[in-house]
Design a protein around this ligand. Structure first.
Ligand code: NAP
Length: 348
């Protein structure tokens, strides 16, 4: 498994990152440990989690993902073998179970979040600490257009950076990153870091898959390239839609059928399903599984630093890691772009 230096940090991370948001809901502790063992065997050294995981988020399960990773770290003794990334939740009053619903990116919340994560993870240090979503009004999680009408009180970016800087100085976190961010946000984080001598973001964790390529059109690719901020592409299979299993059998058991449909509408829009159908046909016409096409495409984009994959079984995980060995021909890439031109970002 190839490794790269993540953005402007000193972290050496594998081109595939193991996502863990199924641990504690769809996956048991034993399954989580098997996935972690297997991922490391296959050369993955990069693990992504978050204080709010698993999904679907709930008061009953919150924190289980980090707890399972923590019990694995303790049992395996492999803390030194991995680059561990976690995230602090931004504001979301529905998540009343995270600090009484007052979660935000201020000093009190971020310190509490880091300390709770360290405790659950049974470690003294998080290598990459990310802001799960912005404090300010930004269209995310399927909302696509910005409007000043939705402005809300937000924590100033320099204040967020100041507490992160303290936590870096204390050795609790190593590097920092953003998630679900815009070009403006990336530039502002960098500007404030330079102005105030505070930590610089190394990475951005955003949605990126065949049905959601806004990272390219929103000029985030240019911004991140020029500013040396690495993209950690999440949901490369559009929550499983790009595997085509729901096209083959609409009742197939998986995230899109076991949770309420209202939970993740962007992955079940008619246009997303139609795009998945066309990508699946292209894959099969070229002797690939739809999953292989979606992942090999994501793994090979020039601006993707690492692709965060997710799986609920070792079979899925093996198939997804195996896809790293696949090289897509220029003709397939051209055909992908032709589908994208007619069905642009339906899953964004
Ligand atoms: N920053 C953020 O806001 C954010 C948001 C989302 C995700 N993430 C990160 O990104 C990671 C990956 O995201 P994701 O889980 O949404 O990725 P994804 O690749 O879009 O979906 C993964 C899911 O698809 C299904 N699947 C995977 N491989 C398969 C295969 N070979 N055959 C059939 N089904 C397969 C599995 O679910 P089923 O078995 O249930 O179908 C699996 O859990 C997360 O764990 C998390 O670390 C971050």
């Amino acid at each position: 498994m190839d490794k790269i230096t993540l953005g402007s940090s000193s972290l050496q991370v594998s081109k595939i990152c193991l996502g863990t948001m199924t641990f504690g809901e769809q996956n048991s502790e034993a399954e989580a440990h098997s996935q972690l063992d297997y991922a490391l065997e296959r050369g993955i050294n990069f693990i992504d989690t978050a204080e709010m995981y698993p999904v679907m988020a709930s008061a009953e399960t919150q924190g289980s993902t980090e707890r399972y990773i923590g019990s694995w770290l303790k049992k395996s003794g492999k803390r030194g073998n991995i680059v561990l990334a976690s995230k602090v939740a931004g504001p979301n009053s529905r998540m009343h179970w995270i600090r009484g619903g007052k979660n935000n990116l201020d000093a009190v919340n971020i310190r509490a979040a880091v300390e709770d994560s360290l405790r659950r993870l049974q470690t003294g240090h998080i290598d990459l600490y990310q802001l799960h979503w912005p404090s300010r009004n930004v269209p995310i999680f399927g909302a696509n257009s910005y409007h000043p009408q939705h402005e809300r009180d937000a924590v100033a970016i320099e204040d967020t950076l100041a507490i992160l800087g303290k936590l870096v100085d204390e050795g609790k976190i190593g590097h920092i990153g953003v998630s679900n961010e815009s070009s403006w946000g990336v530039c502002e984080y960098i500007k404030q870091a330079e102005l105030k001598g505070l930590p610089r973001i190394a990475s951005i964790q955003n949605l990126y898959n065949l049905t959601a390529r806004q990272f390219e059109t929103g000029l985030l690719d240019e911004t991140c390239h020029r500013e040396n901020v690495g993209l950690l592409a999440y949901s490369p299979l559009a929550f499983g839609q790009l595997t085509a299993k729901y096209l083959d059998d609409p009742q197939a058991r998986g995230r899109l059928t076991i949770f309420p449909p209202g939970w993740s509408p962007r992955y079940i829009r008619p246009a997303t399903i139609e795009a998945a159908r066309q990508y699946a046909a292209l894959a099969r016409a070229n002797g690939l599984t739809p999953t292989q096409l979606a992942l090999a495409w994501c793994y090979s984009r020039w601006f993707v630093a690492s692709t965060i994959i997710g799986a609920t079984s070792l079979e899925q995980l093996a198939h997804n890691i195996d896809a790293y060995a696949i090289t897509l021909s220029p003709d397939i890439i051209k055909a992908v772009d032709a589908i994208h031109a007619s069905l642009t970002n339906p899953g964004q």
